[in-house]
Write a protein that binds this ligand. Structure first.
Ligand SMILES: [Zn+2]
Length: 280
């Protein structure tokens, strides 16, 4: 089983030092959208989709405030669709998409794979389809106006290293679990993928910087501020981040952690996987 680590769009707000922990105060920071494409038997499974083709063509659909603050750079060439085509796949090869949550920087590629089933934790779909006033800016309805084939998953599964988990896609050649980690959004979930003897845990936006799951923890101030600001349940978010830190200490050999937005982790995982090289 092969996993491709893709950056499906970058955000480049000012304040590199406050965002990445290095670089100038006025320089632009780098926030990536780290998505996974898992080759599973005769199809592909995507974990998150970053920005999509329509986001690149009509960036205004992402909203004025988000664009002014976060400086997204959606480009057609960095969409999951174009990167997968570059690897020799077609849109129809993507059978399943697992979304950690439906924030606009994670769901933009959904319309590029209209035939795929879209799996998510049920409370996230409810939050996105019926957003509260506070949540309206984080979700972009254009990302699901094609009426995706939603597959909602509820709580109540098996224990996974002390976390609740929901086993999904039993029929494919990959062992995949949803691991709900609420807090950042109302139905946020991580995705665990078995890799040989160990696991890879895509933590979505449960943390933003690798320092947050290190001991002692650290986080550049702008990222800390932003996470506190946008959290749907900040107490749950902080508690879940602490649990991830404990997991990294106790099971660091068995479970590799990564999040959506850390360029350092993306580079590390691409180097480990031999980068995204087109199959011969
Ligand atoms: Zn995000």
């Amino acid at each position: 089983m092969r996993i491709h680590h893709l950056n499906c769009g970058s955000l480049c707000p000012h304040g590199a030092r406050l965002i990445n922990g290095e670089g100038g105060l006025l320089a632009r920071g780098t926030i990536v959208c780290h998505c996974l494409a898992i080759e599973a038997g005769d199809g592909l499974v995507l974990v998150d989709t970053g920005f999509g083709v329509e986001d690149a063509r009509r960036p205004r659909q992402l909203g004025a405030a988000f664009r002014a603050l976060m400086r997204p750079r959606p480009e057609v060439g960095t969409t999951a669709l174009k990167q997968l085509e570059g690897l020799g796949f077609e849109a129809s090869d993507v059978r399943h998409i697992l979304t950690t949550h439906l924030d606009l920087d994670h769901s933009g590629g959904l319309p590029d794979f209209p035939a795929a089933e879209v799996h998510l934790f049920a409370p996230e779909l409810e939050a996105a389809l019926h957003p509260s006033l506070r949540d309206r800016a984080r979700y972009v309805g254009a990302h699901w106006k094609h009426q995706p084939r939603w597959v909602e998953h509820g709580a109540g599964g098996e224990d996974w290293f002390g976390f609740e988990s929901v086993r999904i896609l039993p029929g494919i050649d990959a062992e995949v679990l949803l691991v709900p980690l609420l807090g950042h959004s109302r139905g946020h979930t991580a995705v665990a993928i078995r890799c040989g003897d160990g696991w890879l845990l895509h933590c979505g936006d449960a943390y933003f910087h690798h320092g947050e799951v290190s001991t002692p923890p650290s986080c550049p101030p702008m990222l800390r501020f932003f996470q506190n600001l946008i959290a749907a349940d900040n107490v749950a978010r902080k508690r879940n981040q602490e649990r991830l830190r404990e997991l990294a200490v106790a099971e660091g050999q068995a479970v590799g952690l990564l999040c959506s937005h850390d360029p350092h982790e993306l580079k590390r995982e691409q180097a480990k996987s031999g980068a995204a090289v087109a199959p011969a």
